[in-house]
Design a protein around this ligand. Structure first.
Ligand code: NDP
Length: 264
């Protein structure tokens, strides 16, 4: 029987995930289909999953914490970071995973000699990626415009600053983890703070994809290598696909088809 998958989010119309997964299902001969579902209230996530007869879902903004709550079983990393972006149904139980963070880790692995990273922003994406990077041996410093979201980073032992308390050092990678530049034309931090950081960095990275953000434009004026969020999106999708298909395919096979979504 054809298996049905979906992405749950609000908004969800912009998501590339249906195209990515359907290209891979088709290319690898899997009898499955992936659609999108606008979920207004995250509390209904579990019921909707079963009502729609789904085999698996990805979850995007703002429901990753609700997805965490909806699962019967969590893998150890999802449990540690409290956010789930991939759910698979097995024998009536929901299994939750976080593929955003390993996707990001893989995306930055091209910067081989990078050891220290500065996060601009302290939201949900920053939280899971900070943990995986720290576990992988990076020195992670987090700076955010306001103090509230830094609390859980402090509890987890990260070096944190607001923009007001920030004491500049040299970092190998400067990473925009905020949504600044997504729907506006803003930099993620004041330009006078960013200029010396970018100048002393090896490369600049943005988790936003599909456009050149003001942050990456600024980095280019300094001649720095840049990377947007497309690889993170691709790799989190490949890891989710591995879970959806119970690891029947390896990541290289999946990538061949899934990356075709990025040429449209
Ligand atoms: P959250 O809403 O959890 O956090 C937003 C963060 O951005 C906060 O730290 C907030 O600061 C900061 N922020 C927002 N606007 C500004 C601004 N104008 N100037 C400075 N700081 C600002 O968001 P997420 O963590 O869920 O998402 C962050 C980004 O990651 C988004 O752009 C999203 O699209 C992207 N993303 C990309 C993925 C990919 O696959 N490439 C996957 C997942 C997310 P404050 O605390 O002060 O409000």
């Amino acid at each position: 029987m054809k298996q049905l998958f979906a992405i749950f989010g609000n908004p969800v119309s912009h998501s590339k995930s249906p195209l990515m997964h359907n290209l891979a299902f088709q290319g690898l001969g899997v009898d499955a289909c992936y659609t999108r579902y606008l979920l207004n209230d995250g509390k209904h996530l579990r019921k909707k999953f079963f009502d729609l007869g789904l085999k698996g879902i990805n979850i995007t903004v703002p429901h990753k914490e609700h997805a965490y709550e909806a699962c019967d079983m969590l893998d150890s990393f999802a449990k540690k970071v409290g956010a789930v972006n991939t759910i698979v149904e097995k024998e009536g139980k929901l299994y939750g995973y976080n593929t955003d963070a390993p996707g990001f880790l893989r995306a930055i692995s091209t910067f081989k000699d990078a050891k220290s990273v500065l996060f601009l922003g302290a939201g949900g994406t920053a939280q899971s990626t900070a943990v995986i990077l720290k576990d992988a041996g990076y020195r992670v410093t987090v700076t955010n415009r306001s103090a509230g979201r830094l609390e859980r980073f402090i509890e987890a032992g990260f070096e944190t600053y607001t923009f007001d308390t920030f004491k500049p050092q040299a970092y190998d990678l400067i990473i925009n983890m905020t949504s600044a530049g997504l729907e506006d034309n803003e930099l993620p931090a004041p330009k006078e703070m960013l200029d010396p950081l970018i100048l002393n960095s090896k490369a600049c990275i943005d988790v936003i994809y599909g456009k050149e953000t003001p942050f990456l434009s600024l980095a280019k004026t300094y001649g720095k290598p840049t990377k947007d969020g497309s690889d993170m999106l691709l790799y989190q999708g490949i890891i989710a696909f591995e879970y959806f298909t119970q690891h029947r395919f390896n990541s290289k096979e999946i990538e061949v088809y899934m990356k075709q979504a990025f040429i449209f």
